[in-house]
Design a protein around this ligand. Structure first.
Ligand SMILES: C[S@@+](CC[C@H](N)C(=O)[O-])C[C@H]1O[C@@H](n2cnc3c(N)ncnc32)[C@H](O)[C@@H]1O
Length: 247
């Protein structure tokens, strides 16, 4: 059997099985948690940054104009197929180039952790400013260190989805506060076995780090919450929610 082995960009080989692997994520709860905070402003449009396969959009009111951006072409391809009432574009969250301002903006599921330095965080928040109205809210989350230590560090996950076998290894460097993930995909196709690898790297930020960059880039924090459950900080939360707006 012919064997092809190749390194791929993050979220390229992953894109085709991402929705299956994330089957446990309650996007409906996430969408409701966000939407009920903003509903009183009668929003008409929204932007989801690092939207992945666009899962969040399925749970918003249909009259809402929805735009998603992500740096992965493959994730955007899947989003376009899965979520037909929305628009999706390949864009980097550090340099968003949309000529529109949105009633609320989101960035979920530890996507911010893919920004590896404070400089990159600054670029991101400056970029978000350009697509926010004065009264708009920006909702985002970061992964907590507790989550990384408990659920990812030194953990190996395996899964088989249709013809694809996935092996996903994680290692956390506590000194650098960086998590490295290696994903291996083995795909059984008619023309042979295709094997791919992806390397992901994420930074684990403290709440203070984020507060500092928000202050510097002209945002104020309205609330910090836990796990899309409540707008209250909890010590053991996995995803730390932020609700911010322009100063
Ligand atoms: C864990 S996934 C989350 C996807 C989606 N928000 C969700 O909740 O399922 C992280 C996403 O961030 C995207 N991403 C990483 N770095 C990015 C960047 N610099 N600009 C835009 N998207 C980025 C990846 O392509 C991936 O789709």
């Amino acid at each position: 059997m012919k064997k092809v082995f190749k390194y791929k960009e993050p979220y390229s080989a992953f894109a085709n099985i991402y929705n299956h692997v994330m089957g446990h994520v309650d996007y409906k709860k996430w969408a409701k948690f966000i939407y009920k905070t903003i509903e009183y402003q009668n929003p008409l449009n929204t932007l989801d940054i690092a939207c992945g396969t666009g899962s969040l959009f399925q749970f918003y009111p249909s009259y809402l104009k929805k735009i998603g951006i992500d740096s992965s072409e493959d994730m955007i391809e899947v989003a376009k197929i899965e979520v037909i009432d929305s628009k999706f574009y390949v864009q980097n969250m550090k340099e968003i180039t949309l000529n529109e301002k949105f009633d609320f903006v989101t960035c979920n599921h530890d996507s911010i952790n893919y920004l590896l330095t404070e400089e990159e965080l600054e670029q991101h928040f400056f970029s978000v400013k350009k697509v926010l109205k004065q009264e708009s809210i920006y909702f985002f989350d970061i992964s907590s260190e507790e989550n990384i230590l408990l659920n990812f560090d030194k953990k190996i996950f395996t899964d088989t989805i249709d013809h694809t076998f996935l092996l996903w290894e994680n290692e956390y460097d506590k000194n650098k506060r960086e998590i490295y993930s290696k994903l291996f995909f083995s795909i059984n196709t008619d023309s042979g076995l295709l094997e791919y690898r992806e390397s992901h790297q994420q930074k684990c930020y403290r709440i203070n780090d984020i507060e500092k960059v928000l202050e510097k880039t002209g945002f104020k924090i309205l609330a910090i919450g836990s796990d899309y459950n409540l707008w209250k900080q909890k010590k053991d939360s996995s995803l730390i929610n932020f609700m911010v707006k322009l100063k």
